[in-house]
Design a protein around this ligand. Structure first.
Ligand SMILES: Nc1ncnc2c1ncn2[C@@H]1O[C@H](COP(=O)(O)OP(=O)(O)OP(=O)(O)O)[C@@H](O)[C@H]1O
Ligand code: SF4
Ligand SMILES: [Mg+2]
Length: 345
């Protein structure tokens, strides 16, 4: 048994996050389960609008009031769904860390960078002395390429990229047990990106931090993640060991995502025809069936059942069975005509 199954620090089961829209809800996360073990990094990939950020925020209890959350998120054995807001808030920072895309929201313009670090560490690690607080702060900043000479400066004295790095250092200085990093490197240049990936790797090694790394970039997943979960239209369609999954993708969507990645050997950029569906009224049965090059009749009628693929990953796709559940004629190719009918219905 591997670490994530044996003793997961984060155990998510059948999580649903639906945004109320006045009318029909947006089913942004719709029955997602996964585990992350101590010291593991799980990469979460999928096209824009598939629910990755909603899932990351859902794990940390950071959703707007209009979001309805059901299912279970257990952190180190403690249930977070439905727990009192204050209890979850106290875990955030020292236990549950986060790095989000929008960096400016949490730096106070009236406080120096030093004051930000002092406040974070004094609040969450009151046992640390003044010198230790300073040492850890400077070390975290240096790791992000911010020189110690700038410790006393204010947020407006830094560039946007530097502020992003300061925010990351502020999250990491607390050495959280679980870190959700939502596209932490998208806005940064490649050198800083490499630094951040290195720091995440150190964090994992030195403090056994479990990381959920949301990214569009499959190259980053290959480099930084032990496991990968592929999300499509609010669901995880395939999840497993990153190396095995990339070598032998089992789900057609994963294959298409990999094909769509720019390869240095190819001249053209492949892309997946069509777009992810609306999550207010997603396609029935397999949500990928209108775009799937391998779609069969059963795919438009029945929701796929999760099975183990030959390389060991979990996959929800009728190509992999279970055979006994596929009705007679279910493996016939789905004809185009039927797509049109399914969409009209
Ligand atoms: N606060 C909200 N209220 C209503 N709908 C929302 C809200 N936030 C996100 N959504 C919807 O939920 C769905 C999933 O969005 P989400 O941001 O989680 O996707 P994503 O995979 O992170 O996309 P991206 O790769 O572009 O960041 C989308 O249809 C989005 O429009
Ligand atoms: S279940 Fe069918 S439509 Fe869905 S991904 Fe598999 S083959 Fe394609
Ligand atoms: Mg997002």
């Amino acid at each position: 048994m591997s670490a994530h199954e044996d003793d997961p620090i984060l155990d998510v089961r059948d999580l649903r996050v639906w945004y109320g829209t006045g009318g029909d809800p947006v089913r942004a996360v719709d029955g997602v389960s996964f585990q992350i073990g101590r010291g593991e990094t799980l990469g979460l990939v999928g096209e824009s609008g598939c629910g990755k950020s909603t899932l990351g925020r859902g794990v940390l209890g950071l959703l707007p009031d209009a979001a309805a959350v059901t299912g279970s998120v257990r952190f180190d054995g403690r249930e977070l769904v439905g727990a009192p807001a204050a209890e979850v808030r106290d875990l955030r920072g020292p236990e549950l860390g986060l790095i989000f895309q929008e960096p400016m929201t949490r730096l106070d313009p009236l406080q120096t960078i030093e004051a930000h670090f002092r406040e974070a560490l004094n609040t969450h690690r009151p046992e640390l002395g003044k010198e230790e607080v300073r040492r850890r702060s400077l070390e975290a900043l240096a790791g992000m390429g911010i020189p110690r000479t700038r410790f006393g400066q204010y947020p407006h004295e830094f560039s946007g990229g530097m502020r992003q790095r300061i925010m990351i250092a502020l999250a990491l200085v607390l050495e959280p047990k679980v870190l959700v990093a939502d596209e932490p490197t998208t806005a940064l240049d490649v050198i800083v990106e490499a630094q951040i990936l290195g720091i995440l790797a150190d964090l994992r090694r030195n403090f056994d931090t479990a990381i959920l790394l949301v990214t569009h970039n499959l190259g980053i997943v290959a480099e930084a993640c032990n496991r990968v979960a592929v999300m499509y239209a609010g669901e995880i369609v395939e999840e497993g060991d990153a190396r095995e999954l990339f070598a032998e993708p089992a789900h057609p969507y994963t294959r298409e995502l990999l094909r769509a990645t720019i390869s240095l050997e190819t001249t053209g950029l492949n892309y997946i025809p069509g777009a992810p569906p609306s999550l207010i009224d997603p396609p029935p049965a397999c949500r990928f069936h209108p775009r799937c090059p391998s779609a069969m009749r059963v795919c438009a009628d029945l929701h796929p059942i999760e099975v183990r693929a030959p390389a060991g990953q979990r996959v929800s796709c009728w190509l992999h069975g279970p055979e006994g559940q596929i009705p007679a004629g279910g493996r016939e190719p789905l004809e185009r005509r039927e797509f049109a009918e399914a969409e009209e219905a």
